[in-house]
Design a protein around this ligand. Structure first.
Ligand SMILES: [Zn+2]
Length: 201
């Protein structure tokens, strides 16, 4: 194998290794798999990632990923405009929508307060959340955050900043094991957690 060939392979392996949950062996396996397929497999993967990255931005209202200024959920007038579900990242919206059990709107924080990593309230979309609630219309704010210490800290903070407003704050029921990632919870557990949500605070 020439130096060049191995450099190309090393680049692909190290690109895969940057993905969550992918270690050296998986990265190597993916790289060799892609290279052994015909061009269309590799190019369609590369192009899908490139097109998505170039065209997807954040919804100006809820900060979900969106191909346009406002996401399809925010533009959907048949949803329940009294319910606002606060989530950590856009992937959780995807899980909720797949469960088909929630018909309100969302707000994506893009992170949780994390003192150990220096993530403060101003680093995530909390001001924007208070602004939306201040505009009025929402009656219930559902905190659908991971039940770990950062999730708890963020929920307590949200409760504080929303206290001036006349909204009911609830949190998902604890069908979800402590410390588990909402992304990996199956849709039935998630449906149950939202159906049996509890008052927060
Ligand atoms: Zn939106």
């Amino acid at each position: 194998m020439s130096i060049n060939q191995s450099d190309y392979i090393r680049d692909i392996v190290s690109a895969f290794k940057k993905l969550p949950g992918i270690g050296e062996r998986s990265a190597r396996r993916l790289a060799f798999y892609i290279l052994s397929q015909n061009e269309s497999v590799a190019y369609s993967l590369a192009n899908a990632i490139k097109d998505g990255k170039q065209n997807i931005k954040l919804c100006k209202n809820c900060f979900n990923l969106s191909g346009e200024d406002f996401c399809p959920i925010c533009k959907n007038t048949s949803r329940n405009s009294k319910l606002l579900c606060v989530v950590e990242n856009p992937e959780i919206i995807y899980v909720f929508e797949k469960s088909g059990n929630f018909n309100g709107f969302y707000h994506v924080l893009h992170g949780l307060i994390n003192p150990l990593e220096g993530i403060t309230p101003s680093d995530i979309k909390l001001k924007e959340l208070a602004f939306r609630v201040e505009q009025g219309g929402f009656e219930e704010i559902i905190l659908a955050l991971n039940p770990n210490s950062n999730g708890e800290a963020t929920m307590v903070y949200i409760q504080k900043i929303l206290s001036p407003y006349n909204v009911h704050i609830t949190a998902l029921a604890r069908g979800i094991p402590i410390g588990s990632d909402l992304e990996y919870v199956d849709k039935d557990t998630l449906s149950e957690a939202i159906n049996y949500r509890k008052n927060f605070g």
